[in-house]
Design a protein around this ligand. Sequence first.
Ligand SMILES: [Zn+2]
Length: 467
Amino acid sequence: MPWLDRMPLAEFAPHVPGAAVVQERWGPQLDRARILRISREFHRRAGTLTEAVADEHRRYRAGAAVIRTAHQPNYLASSNIVGQAVMADRLRRLCGSADRLPAVHMFTLIDYDINTDRRYRHALLPSPTSRDGSIALSLPAMRHVHDVFMFTETETTAVDLVGRLDLRLDHDHAALRKAHPNLALSRDLLHQRLDRIAGHLAFAAGQARSRSEYTAIVLSRLMNLDLGYSTMFVPGHRAIRLMGAHFAAIWSEWPDIVKVADTVDASPEWSGHAFHGGTAAGQLLAPFWLRCLCGRRLRLVWRDRPAGAARAECAECRLEHTVDPTRVAELGTANRLIPRVLADDLLDFTAWGHWAGCDYSGGLEHYQFSSLLAQRLGLAPLPIHLSDDLLYQPETDLMPSGFVAAAAALEREYPHAARAGRLASSGRASIAHALLWADKEPMKPGGPTSEHPGRERGDRLAVVAAQ
Ligand SMILES: [Zn+2]
């Protein structure tokens, strides 16, 4: 495909257009002042309205370009998620708007997903002396009996990280020191860092009104405070409430969207792909989930024809719902309608007005399909910079190299030690591990590491951009 390529960040940057194209057919320009209020409120609650974040907010208000990342607010998120944000932060330094404002990095928290993904509640900490080579840190199970949207999980939990990890860290540290006498990290520093992360969890538990807010606040504190990034966080469920008109447009244009999606599915350039976004589902289902009054996620089935009324029945509370096209905007504003995957992708093009995005390569097919669809709908595709899973390492200096080297030397004594080292270097482990075992204090963005010109070579990068 001509618009898919692998390239370093500096070569990707010119693909970022000079302006965001928003077409009124798909809804009005999103009001930046309102998004700003949502973000500011979040950062205040998270205790992360730093000078750097406030500066990001000012530029956002003044119309700066936006580079976005979007992810679920996972509990003690993996280094790869933080890595995406790091790439976005680097990209924003390479892009600016016509009036020379540096671009803003926005992290949209996809808290309107349902809570079934394991990574939302479980984090992995590599531990060479543990039975599986890792410790699973989990949020306790909630009381509800069915899947719920993250933002509606109102129970929050304080987790005793220190009680859980204290002895284990001592044990790991002693074993790693023995195997690798040069391991620079002292036991005291390790415990100081544990206390700092535990402090973030305690702070978040005192502030959060929902579980997704709890995990999001922790992520923001790790990124905005410990790592020093200026990333502007936006809780997604609050933002999509502003998109009622965009929801209504997608609803009414749905027959056309499905028709065009069919042409993508049938096109030679799409043959052989696993992802299909066309007819089968589209003619049956509306592009949004309905959130039942009991909290359940319901499929909306077209009653007579696509874009007409749709209905749903809840197996839990037996309620029957009908959504009339005239009520779509109002239900969207009430967070009763939640975009399904294709509609959510389309919002990137129709509502947000982002200039570019960063993601990891797992989402590639999905973005390719959405970009082709958007192009054929006359929308400008969003250039997405897709990173390899391992990209966070050279970019952030977060790789706990001492830990990885020492773990490899421990295998004779502890059979799963090598697995712990691999987990630590894969980026799938929690960022908490990287911060605990960092060889030195993490580099702040803009420091010598991110300016290092040789760092990008050999990285696997891809771009999805319009030709
Ligand atoms: Zn129900």
